[in-house]
Design a protein. Structure first.
Length: 310
């Protein structure tokens, strides 16, 4: 029985429509300087559906993997913005891709992709051979575009990867998932409603729980931040990334950041940053990568992986 997995292929997807800070300044009382200073975001992509973006990123991941569709044993879609209440959006994605396997949605908000990646390894440990893991959100659909506190942050996107079982331990060296449901009041959207967020309190809690989760994963992996070649944090806010990395002792030059181009895409955030780094040649065989995120719930998740080129 295999004990771990490795990423064999990946893909990303962003809607064609780009909304800049200047565009937002024409919609509400804000400006590019104010948004950039507080968030680090310059532009974001808006549009598409969770299923359409998932299908696009997944097709790229499957193509890169070179694996036959019939070999995929399961599809895990992390999203907090499903297309419909029922069925799970993963069903639509599975059908469009031509897969015949188990498929389910997972909602851990912005921590979702790491949650899904860890869950996939659990399936590999009990006999699955190849899994498709997707993180997609279309937050523009639940954003109040008249609310300056949230409209400047959220956007749409998707990232996917194919994880294949191996017998030599695989990439995943250490992981942590956590949640504190007593804090759900800080960031939520009711069914049919918009996102509400206590920005100052989310900031304070986010840095703390990201650092705590990352330290747990590093300890389980038996490594330190000095060993980490690249940190891939949730792309929520530049100030949160700066503060968390500073507390962890990881310089920004060893951090993957695409926030300025994508905004906060929730479940898509970490895979967009990770695979952008991979595509740019920032990762080499044997590099240790720390993925760490936080989200509504308040959830937290992190994982230390040893990068292996497909």
């Amino acid at each position: 029985m295999a004990s771990g997995g490795v990423i064999r292929g990946w893909g990303t997807a962003l809607p064609e429509k780009v909304l800049t800070n200047d565009d937002l300044s024409a919609m509400m009382d804000t400006n590019d300087e104010w948004i950039t200073e507080r968030t680090g975001i310059k532009r974001r992509h808006i549009g598409g559906t969770t299923s359409s973006l998932s299908i696009e990123s997944a097709r790229k991941a499957l193509a890169m993997s070179g694996l036959p569709l019939e070999s995929i044993d399961g599809l895990v879609l992390s999203t907090t913005t499903p297309d419909r209440t029922v069925p799970a959006t993963s069903a639509s994605v599975q059908d469009a891709l031509g897969l015949r396997c188990g498929a389910f949605d997972l909602n851990a908000a912005c921590s979702g992709f790491v949650y899904a990646y860890v869950v996939a390894h659990g399936l590999l440990a009990i006999g699955a051979k190849r899994l498709l893991v997707i993180g997609t959100d279309t937050l523009s659909r639940i954003t109040d575009w008249s609310d300056r506190g949230t409209a400047i942050l959220f956007a749409d996107g998707s990232g996917a990867c194919v994880v294949e079982a191996v017998d030599n331990g695989g990439q995943l060296l250490g992981w942590d998932i956590d949640a504190d449901g007593s804090l759900e009041r800080l960031l939520y959207a009711d069914v049919g409603g918009y996102i509400h967020m206590d920005g100052k309190e989310v900031f304070r809690r986010a840095v703390r729980i990201m650092v705590d989760s990352a330290q747990k994963s590093l300890a389980k992996a038996g490594v330190s931040t000095d060993d980490v070649a690249l940190c891939v944090p949730h792309q929520a806010n530049a100030r949160i990334i700066d503060a968390a990395c500073r507390q962890l002792g990881i310089p920004l030059e060893r951090t993957a950041v695409v926030l300025h181009e994508t905004g906060n895409t929730s479940s898509a955030s970490i895979p967009l940053a990770l695979f952008d780094a991979a595509d740019r040649g920032r990762l080499r065989n044997g590099d240790l990568v720390l993925m760490v995120g936080f989200g509504a719930g308040m959830t937290a998740a992190s994982a230390v992986i040893e990068w292996r080129q497909p």
